[in-house]
Design a protein around this ligand. Structure first.
Ligand code: FUL
Length: 444
């Protein structure tokens, strides 16, 4: 899905905190003009495909009227306690053709029974509520922060849990799947989509979607391995880059002038979507209940710039030659036929191979987009890119993985031919798409 929105909006929006303690009064939750249709409109216009909302964060306040707690919107002044943010978001996403995802914090600093087996029943009951009552939920999002001090029903103490065993994650994630068969669950190690290991929105240059999943649990992560994935991974667990458009996850008026610059957002885009990962860009919805004007402007500047840079695919339909292919159904010309379901493949025993685009004249280029046919797995381990300059091939870049999508920012180059050489792969390469662009006027 490449690019979708995170929305951190909850009790912390009204207390100016990042992590509430759990004893906050529901009276404080009172957005003046909450409008989930504005969120959806902004996300849609920004080119995003979904919105993932903090249904419950560490402070335990629920944005839906859960029947299992009093700590929710039902005891807030917003809509006299008759509101349901999840309902409104589900409706808005449907109207705008977006998917909806939900974040349900495992750590709950409000709940009196946090730390005991009873809390796990509570957590799963809430999971059932939010995955049953709001239509399709495409992603279930679980973070790794777990245990510490909190209100805990008035006990005001420190409680620690064993992160690997307390939640019995295998059963908890299986419950999500049993309710929503198409759902992907996110945490440090998956099971279906993994944290990239930092909150800066940056994926590793070498980024394998496969992961040896058994080595992880939410909050227990080998950060480096989350970044690279495992070349011999046992499960397909693509990386997701979560990053906020401002310094904080939640809205703080003091950060109104700290929205990330176009240059910074572009860099994040190229280093996430451009490195075989998904970009989950957080919008801290404000106290009104709206995406702030400054954030909207930044999102639209990014959209316009990407649309301009990727408007004219210079590779489309040009002449393609290869060093090897396994016949006409897998010919080189299938990489630039505007059909990602067809692909170039070499013969089984041929790994080192090249594919060449002949533009028929000198053109200017500085962006290369590559995609593997991932239905047959992620294969490429190393490749280089060369351009014909003054009668001979000159190397522009040399990289490792491709995966679902790789975008390279190449130096400004005038050339008539581009050659991509697969130097090493796990099996014969299968390349479904190659695009070439000349991006002009991007800052940075
Ligand atoms: C972390 C949380 O502790 C932060 O508050 C935020 O929600 C981030 C996306 O995940 O684990």
């Amino acid at each position: 899905m490449e690019y979708y929105a995170f929305v951190h909006f909850n009790m912390n929006t009204f207390t100016d905190l990042e992590w509430g303690l759990g004893g906050e009064s529901p009276e404080l939750f009172n957005p003046s003009e909450l409008d989930t249709r504005q969120w959806a409109r902004v996300a849609k216009e920004a080119g995003m495909k979904a919105i993932i909302l903090t249904a419950k964060h560490h402070d335990g306040f629920c944005l839906w009227p859960s029947e299992y707690t009093e700590h929710s919107v039902k005891n807030s002044p917003w809509k006299d306690g008759n509101g349901d943010v999840l309902r409104e978001l589900a409706d808005a996403c449907k109207e705008y053709g977006l998917k909806m995802g939900l974040y349900l914090s495992p750590w709950d600093r409000n709940h009196a029974e946090y730390g005991s087996p009873e809390y796990i029943t509570y957590y799963r009951n809430q999971m059932k509520e939010i995955l049953t009552n709001y239509g399709e939920v495409f992603e279930f999002w679980v973070d790794g922060a777990n245990g510490g001090d909190g209100y805990y029903g008035g006990a005001n103490e420190t409680r620690n849990v064993d992160r690997t065993t307390y939640y019995d994650w295998d059963s908890t994630f299986a419950l999500a799947k049993s309710i929503q068969p198409e759902i992907v669950s996110f945490s440090d190690g998956g099971p279906e989509i993994r944290w990239v290991g930092n909150e800066r929105g940056i994926a590793n240059e070498t980024n394998w979607a496969p992961l040896r999943r058994a080595e992880f649990a939410p909050g227990v992560a080998d950060i480096e391995a989350l970044g690279t994935g495992h070349i011999d991974g046992t499960h397909w667990v693509a990386a997701e880059c979560d990053v906020s458009i401002r310094p904080g996850w939640y809205y703080h008026e003091s950060q109104d002038d700290q929205v990330k610059s176009l240059e910074h957002l572009l860099d994040i885009y190229y280093k996430s979507v451009g490195r075989n990962a998904n970009l989950l860009l957080n919008l801290p919805v404000d106290r009104r209940g709206l995406v702030h004007e400054n954030d909207v402007k930044a999102l639209m500047d990014l959209r316009r710039t990407l649309d301009r840079s990727f408007a004219n695919n210079l590779a489309l339909g040009v002449k393609v030659t290869t060093s090897n292919s396994r016949g006409k159904d897998f010919a080189g010309a299938l990489v630039n036929d505007d059909d990602k379901s067809t692909y170039w493949a070499t013969e089984d025993d041929v790994i080192e191979s090249w594919i060449e685009l002949d533009f028929g004249k000198e053109i200017d280029l500085n962006r290369l987009l590559l995609q593997e046919y991932i239905a047959l797995g992620q294969r490429v381990k190393a490749f280089k890119v060369e351009a014909m300059v003054n009668g001979s091939f000159q190397e522009l870049d040399s990289q490792t993985t491709i995966g679902y999508k790789r975008i390279l920012r190449l130096p400004d180059t005038k050339t008539s031919k581009l050659r991509i050489t697969i130097l090493d792969a796990k099996a014969c390469p299968t390349i479904s798409n190659i695009e070439v662009y000349n991006a002009l006027g991007e800052p940075g």
